[in-house]
Design a binder for this molecule. Structure first.
Ligand code: MSP
Length: 529
């Protein structure tokens, strides 16, 4: 039986169009999911949308639509974006889906029946026009952070979850299970900032928010976002419904990958809810850092210069989904924050995709055509030199390292960099072995065969690993090599291709860009949008 692997993104708020920041988490999860498929695991990858709450109701109102009209449009747009980015999810959950609504209600009822939820009253700062409660710390200079108007003290009846009972259990969880929350810095943050000072019970319903899932035994209350949202990770598998086979098969999740600002909800509230329900906890929570645009998390912030283009709907069609996936996966050290600029993106396309990988493939394929009629040559290990051993060592190291980076820490950035070690080394191998010179000397024919074969096999191995990260260009290269189905065990054999097989021609994978000109064109395009 195949090993199971269940991975999730956060479910995103569709209160505005998804940004490059939302693409960041989704592409990471997609790459980890694809990589695990190559490792021959039975993978389930879920993403979706978090569709309740005041913000969504307001956005729909502003657009002059009903909530569902508004949401359906936003979700169609989100799914188009994921298709453009080649995101291969197994399930897209919407919290307005019927099965989710029913199952979230059941979860709420079970928590109530077990005595973990009780009725009391909620006091807070209330903005009347926005119909929103705020905590003291959310106010900006004492005023509503959304509309800048005065707020009043208000009280409303509400249900509370006994989060205060879980402090010690959570400390115990982090201590006994150091893999539960990564990176380690996030554990320190949870313990010092939230658990040690003492957890308060959590308000989990609102009577003032109409756009939400009603509590089935007290319908003037709606379930306030976090119980609704977090439970998606199990309701999406059918938990609490007639068909819970996916829940039985895939839960507990191997990992929830999320941004650092929602670690608190995932590492404190979610395990507490699950403990209360006697449900096993996810194996891992990984809180990654932010992609920063002009120092800010939001790509639309005022600090982003006008020449910057952060719109994935412009970037993907113009530069390919692979190029956008590459910058997202590679540029930001996994777990930390990192800056995105359009110039950095364009330079990466040139240096890594065009000059390194693209050039390696095109040089090798054209030499193979010129000298060997595009036929996979034989190899003769007796003609091998030191540089061949070095190349094979780099390949062997990358095979181990890439898998390790993904399996131990989901570190897509290091994994991708390790795959590129093969391509850099193979380019150097061409410089050192000079196949164009060998081709001029008949007595070196066997050596030339070996050199070209070593290059082809290095490209094959690197490209199979690359296919988890950049599926489109890898498919083109693997198609040329007539490789359709593959798994990680195929990269562990260096000589794998069949001697005498033909290799199909391949166009340019990544054209080199004139960075300055591109920046100007992008600025023009954005003016028109
Ligand atoms: N709906 C909640 C999540 C509920 S999960 C049970 C939410 N939604 S969100 O639309 O605000 O999405 C936040 C997520 O988008 C972040 O946690 C992060 O994964 C991703 N990102 C959005 N902007 C980002 C960056 N600039 N950089 C990295 N990730 C970012 O919170």
């Amino acid at each position: 039986m195949k090993e199971k692997f269940y991975i999730t993104t956060p479910i995103y708020y569709p209160s505005r169009k998804f940004t490059l920041g939302n693409c960041y988490t989704t592409v990471i999860c997609d790459a980890v999911s694809r990589f695990n498929k190559i490792l021959d695991k039975d993978v389930f990858f879920m993403t979706g949308t978090d569709e309740h709450g005041q913000k969504i109701a307001q956005a729909a109102k502003d657009a002059g639509m009903t909530e569902m009209q508004y949401l359906d449009g936003m979700i169609a747009d989100a799914k188009d974006l994921w298709a453009l980015l080649k995101i291969e999810y197994d399930k897209f959950i919407r919290t307005t889906d019927d099965y989710h609504v029913k199952s979230a209600q059941k979860i709420f009822r079970d928590l109530y029946d077990k005595g973990y939820i009780y009725k009391s009253s909620y006091q807070g700062k209330y903005c009347v026009p926005c119909e929103s409660f705020w905590t003291e710390s959310q106010l900006i200079e004492g005023k509503c952070p959304d509309c800048n108007r005065d707020v009043i003290d208000q009280e409303e009846e509400a249900y509370f979850f006994k989060l205060s009972e879980f402090g010690d259990k959570l400390l115990d969880l982090y201590e006994k299970n150091p893999e539960f929350l990564k990176p380690q810095s996030r554990v320190n943050e949870m313990v010092t900032n939230f658990i040690k000072p003492g957890l308060s019970d959590l308000c989990v319903t609102r009577t003032s928010v109409k756009w939400g899932i009603p509590v089935d035994f007290d319908p003037k209350h709606t379930i306030y976002v976090w119980i609704d949202a977090l439970s998606n990770y199990i309701t999406g598998l059918g938990y609490g419904t007639e068909d819970d086979s996916n829940y039985k098969k895939y839960w507990p999740a191997n990992v929830h990958i999320i941004g650092k600002e929602i670690v608190r909800f995932h590492a404190i509230i979610w395990p507490a809810i699950l403990m209360a329900l006697d449900i096993p906890l996810p194996k891992r929570i990984f809180g990654h850092g932010w992609m920063l645009f002009g120092g800010d998390k939001l790509s639309k912030s005022k600090t982003v210069a006008s020449c910057e283009c952060t719109d994935p709907r412009i970037l993907i069609p113009r530069y390919s989904s692979d190029a956008v996936r590459y910058i997202l996966l590679r540029e930001i050290p996994f777990g930390s924050d990192g800056n995105y600029t359009t110039e950095l993106f364009l330079n990466r396309i040139n240096s890594d995709l065009a000059n390194n990988y693209g050039n390696l493939v095109s040089r090798t394929f054209s030499m193979l055509k010129k000298y060997k009629g595009s036929i996979v040559p034989s190899f003769d290990e007796s003609t091998e030199e030191e540089i061949d051993k070095e190349l094979k060592e780099v390949v062997a190291k990358s095979i181990v390292d890439t898998k390790n980076y993904i399996e131990s820490n989901f570190d897509v950035s290091k994994a991708l960099s390790s795959v590129f070690d093969i391509f850099s080394k193979a380019n150097k191998y061409i410089e050192v072995t000079e196949p164009y010179r060998l081709a001029k000397d008949e007595t070196k024919s066997s050596r030339l065969n070996t050199v070209l074969r070593n290059l082809l096999e290095s490209i094959r191995i690197g490209t199979i690993m690359l296919s988890a990260f950049l599926p489109d260009c890898s498919k083109k290269v693997l198609d040329s090599l007539h490789i359709q189905n593959y798994s990680y065990s195929d990269v562990e054999t260096f000589y794998y291709l069949n001697e005498g097989d033909s290799v199909d021609e391949l166009g340019i994978l990544f054209p080199r860009l004139d960075v300055q000109k591109e920046l100007e064109t992008l600025a023009e395009i954005q003016k028109q949008v």
